[in-house]
Design a protein around this ligand. Sequence first.
Ligand SMILES: [Zn+2]
Ligand SMILES: [Zn+2]
Length: 121
Amino acid sequence: MGSGEENPVRALVAAWEAATGVVAEWAEQTAAVTREAFHKLANDPAVRAALESWRITLVWTRQDCDCVCARSHPDDIGICDNRAVIKRRLAVRPGGDVDVALCAPCAVAQGVAEFGNSASG
Ligand SMILES: [Zn+2]
Ligand SMILES: [Zn+2]
């Protein structure tokens, strides 16, 4: 009770860490603008639940980021570091899931773009 010092980014990282185990490493390296949005999102339990619902798998080998930045997070173009760390499974059509490799900044930015826009409604 009453732990007002909890860092919201840390809290969200902890949620993700349970699923991925690697998030903490890059959370500090994310672009400042995204980190700020991340702070806001991390206070929203619905967002955290949604992030946990992402079907994430880890990328262990070197892969390029598949993110279409201009479409997926148009507010944060240029943050991509092109080193994929996770794959996010997307249902592109019924029965046709595809794994999209994402670098850490893009994964966060996609969450910000998706949940940030819809959470305000
Ligand atoms: Zn991107
Ligand atoms: Zn990227």
